[in-house]
Design a protein around this ligand. Structure first.
Ligand code: B3K
Ligand code: ZN
Length: 874
């Protein structure tokens, strides 16, 4: 496979002003008639008159130019292009292609899912529908006519407004859609199916009424309300916070069961993975409710950050993804608890993005090259990209940031632009120089900040020295220092915030500051300090960096209960627990556990005066994945054992407090997804799982009762998960059977049922995983099922996956090879755990490497998997 470089970018040679599509949909295939109005791009420096269009898996049925049918000698068909040697400066091109959506298992382009037709065109799926310059800087107006059988496909949808419809011969009908906004072809969408419609309306800030429509399979009719409410909240929020009004008269959402990703922001017609949009109290967990709200918002926000202003090329992907994740994260913070949302974002970033940034696939937020763009829909592009935008927000303040985003949208509306254009708008609006800041887009790797301090008692000066190092990453060494906003506070011995005087005469000094690091090393002096303070570093996680400071356990305990920054209070608890677990790895079983940890957790569990949403987060022990990420040469079974030991030790010591916590946080009224209610359920389910981990008989009864009586999926799953992870084998078996019996007709719940087993070291050993894959509800063609069994096993059941005999790695390699032919995108994602082989103790890393080599040697390996495997072995 070829490598594509950003430095090779040139403007398109031809532009397509208008696209007229006609789809004839049948059971054995689809005929696509496309009429393109093409003209030479005046900005192109190219002098030859040949036109190249992208195409993939198409069978060409005819081409004509300005009405004249071309002979086969007048064009050339290569593997991936249609080339017409000599074209005029402006002309109409007609292309007819035949495709087979019913056999499309890659789920790119036009495919079938549960009997309906649907599309996924980002990044390069449109070329699987018809020949086209498939690149985001070619923006066209689309008109789309869909023809299909009226009974099987009563609903026919595409982007924009429906302008015509009617009946055809043979029981067929058609609908024509017109999208007035020019767009890149990756935003094109089509849906045809037997779907029910849920309607609502939204009145915009300028008084226009927007028709909101959701289309789902009839069995899901009762699961739309939450997404619809989320949509209306998103529309209002984007008006209020960013001044963005919706532009079309209709906004549509469709749910499909087979989908490679979470959802897609096609203009006016967002298509969602069912699991990211459908919800009811009985079938969706709190986490699912929150995820749906966030994804509905994310896709909606793309209408401006992505669609009205789009990307020039795919190296700029984070222009829309990083910015939009930042926007949806601000939205979720506003809808719930900002501290909890920040904790969740940082947990994902530190566990998974930091690992990516330290691994063989590490790449900058704006990559310089790729082989397969699908492999670059990564945590770095999305999550680190959002952190980069957040840092601009931190540096500019919200008012200037808003000026910057206003300028960006105004200046670039209708254009395909770059991350550099985004930063320039921020600079122009604020007057700030972000030249050095741009390195965040160019340099990969997580900066390491090493902090040291000294207290000069006589002078009353506290000095803080911060050094930054950016680790080498593939293809990048000797990096330049970056511009890092570093928020901090200092606490006195009673926990009181101290004024941060940067000069002796600094009056009214604030007790929190955002320091700006630009050099490799800085020393900051704080004046008028009477006693050695405890520093609260990198508050709210003001930059995506690792902080190293020689915290004592005493200091961490102090911050855990005194830091006014909720995020840092949580972080101190995490650091303390990590430290305790790490010190126990590989030690004899009777090694004493830090007694102060027990005291700290007792306080968290018992003091109901604390912010319960924060407490619920603080009681989540650092995950195995995070502990692995933090270690140099990970021995997973040993890490697993040490973590379990600490959990059981806490559960035994705090047994009575946990039972009381469970009872105190019992049912209270109707189900709602507020931070308080979510925290209650989280606390009672955490208490339950800790108690079952120590085989507590009373807890077992509580769990069985909760399992039988739950009126919502969070409690239902909480009880099931606790039983599945307990030693009560009969209860586990019975609960799993009852649960399946009850929910077997609901794919989203069956996915939960799969993953609760696949991610459990009790129920998810390899033989059981194989049984799950042989289960009638398992389906290789459905990415959600593959993720919920194979993905959950390799990504969450870490002790089983990293079995010393290497069987977990062998297993994963087999599944990757199997999927590579049918769905390369999903296969490439599944490889991820193996790519981290250098992180593990030698015996493990050798067999992980061997598994990768076996994948590498598979015949006919897809470009997707090829890129990941070769880069990992390099
Ligand atoms: N933009 C889509 C991603 C589609 C990727 C397909 N390989 C989802 C999103 O970020 O909103
Ligand atoms: Zn997105």
């Amino acid at each position: 496979p070829q490598t594509i470089y950003l430095s090779d970018y040139t403007v398109p040679a031809y532009l397509v002003d208008h696209v007229d599509l006609r789809f004839e949909l049948f059971e054995d295939g689809a005929r696509v008639h496309s009429t393109l109005s093409i003209r030479r791009n005046p900005e192109s420096a190219r002098s030859d008159a040949s036109l190249s269009l992208d195409g993939d898996s198409l069978s060409l049925q005819g081409v004509s130019l300005d009405g004249r049918e071309l002979q086969a000698s007048e064009y050339e068909l290569t593997d991936d292009q249609l080339v017409i040697a000599d074209v005029p400066d402006a002309f109409q091109l007609n292309v007819v292609t035949w495709i087979e959506p019913q056999n499309n298992t890659r789920l790119e382009g036009l495919y079938k899912s549960s009997g309906m037709f649907c599309t996924q065109c980002e990044a390069e799926g449109f070329r699987c529908i018809t020949f086209f310059p498939d690149r985001p800087d070619v923006m066209s107006r689309f008109r789309t006519r869909i023809e299909a059988d009226q009974t099987a496909y009563p609903v026919l949808l595409s982007n924009g407004n429906d302008v015509d419809r009617g009946e055809l011969e043979g029981g067929r009908h058609f609908v024509t859609w017109e999208d007035p906004f020019p767009k890149p072809c990756y935003l094109f969408a089509l849906v045809a199916g037997d779907l029910v419609e849920k309607r609502d309306t939204f009145r915009t800030c300028s008084g226009r009424d927007i028709d909101l429509r959701m289309y789902v399979e009839p069995r899901n009719a009762a699961k739309c309300e939450h997404a619809m409410d989320s949509l209306k909240r998103s529309m209002r929020w984007d008006e209020e916070v960013y001044g963005r009004e919706y532009d079309l008269d209709i906004f549509m959402i469709v749910a499909v069961d087979d989908f490679n990703m979470g959802a897609m922001e096609n203009k006016g017609l967002n298509i969602f993975n069912s699991s990211c949009v459908l919800a009811s109290q009985e079938t969706a967990t709190d986490a699912a409710f929150q995820r749906i709200e966030a994804i509905v918002a994310h896709e909606y926000f793309h209408n401006w950050s992505g669609n009205r202003v789009t990307c020039r090329d795919w190296f700029q992907l984070s222009l829309k993804e990083g910015f939009t994740v930042f926007r949806d994260s601000q939205f979720s913070a506003d809808m719930g608890s900002p501290t909890v949302k920040r904790i969740e974002d940082v947990t994902l970033l530190r566990t998974a993005q930091f690992a990516e940034d330290a691994g063989p696939m590490a790449h900058p937020v704006r990559p310089a090259s790729y082989m397969e763009i699908s492999n670059f829909y990564t945590l770095t592009i999305y999550e680190k990209g959002a952190e980069v935008v957040r840092m601009i927000h931190n540096l500019l303040g919200s008012e200037m940031f808003r000026k910057g985003s206003d300028l960006y949208f105004e200046r670039h509306d209708g254009q395909a632009v770059t991350t550099d254009d985004f930063v320039r708008a921020m600079e122009d609006a604020s007057g700030r120089d972000l030249a050095q800041f741009r390195l965040w887009y160019e340099q990969a790797g997580t900066p390491v900040l090493t902090v040291s301090d000294e207290f000069d008692e006589a002078a009353g000066i506290y000095r803080l020295t911060i050094r930054q190092d950016i680790p080498d990453t593939p293809g990048q060494i000797d990096k330049k220092p970056q511009h890092i906003p570093f928020a901090l506070g200092l606490l006195g011995s009673h926990g009181e915030p101290l004024p941060l005087r940067l000069a002796p005469d600094d009056q009214d000094a604030p007790d929190e500051r955002v320091l700006e690091l630009t050099d490799a090393e800085h020393t900051f002096e704080f004046h008028g300090v009477d006693e050695r303070p405890v520093p609260s570093l990198l508050r709210h996680f003001s930059a995506p960096v690792r902080v190293q400071y020689p915290w004592t356990r005493e200091q961490l305990l102090f911050l855990m209960s005194h830091d006014p920054d909720g995020f840092n209070r949580w972080d101190a608890g995490q650091r303390l627990t990590v430290d305790v677990i790490q010190s126990l790895v590989g030690t004899p079983k009777d090694t004493p556990v830090e007694p102060r940890l027990v005291t700290a957790y007792r306080h968290l569990i018992s003091d109901s005066g604390l912010d319960q949403a924060l407490v619920a987060k603080m009681l989540q022990l650092p995950s195995e994945a995070y502990l692995i990420e933090l270690s140099e040469s990970a021995d997973v079974p040993a890490i697993h054992e040490a973590r379990e030991r600490v959990l059981k030790h806490l559960a035994i010591a705090l047994r009575d407090e946990l039972v009381a916590c469970y009872r105190r946080n019992g049912e209270s009224g109707a189900y709602e997804v507020t931070p308080e209610a979510v925290a209650r359920r989280s606390l009672r389910n955490t208490a339950l799982s800790w108690l079952l981990a120590i085989n507590d008989e009373e807890a077992r009864e509580l769990a069985v009762r909760q399992f039988r009586g739950a009126d919502n999926m969070t409690d239902h799953m909480g009880a099931l998960r606790a039983l599945v992870n307990s030693d009560y084998e009969d209860d586990r078996t019975e609960a799993l059977a009852t649960f399946y019996e009850q929910f077997q007709d609901d794919p989203q719940v069956v996915e939960l049922w799969f993953s609760v087993q696949a991610s459990s070291d009790r129920a998810g050993q390899l033989p059981q995983i194989r049984e799950l894959m042989a289960h009638p509800a398992f389906d290789w063609k459905n990415p959600n099922k593959v993720r919920s069994v194979v993905g959950a096993f390799a990504g969450q059941n870490l002790a089983a996956f990293h079995h010393a005999d290497g069987s977990g790695y062998e297993f994963l390699a087999d599944q990757v090879c199997r999927l590579d032919d049918s769905n390369p995108q999903i296969a490439a994602r599944l490889v991820t755990p193996l790519t981290r082989w250098r992180k593990f103790a030698p015996a493990y890393s050798a067999s992980m490497r061997a598994a990768l080599e076996r994948i590498r040697d598979k015949k006919g390996l897809s470009r997707d998997v090829y890129e990941v495997v070769h880069k990992s072995l390099a």
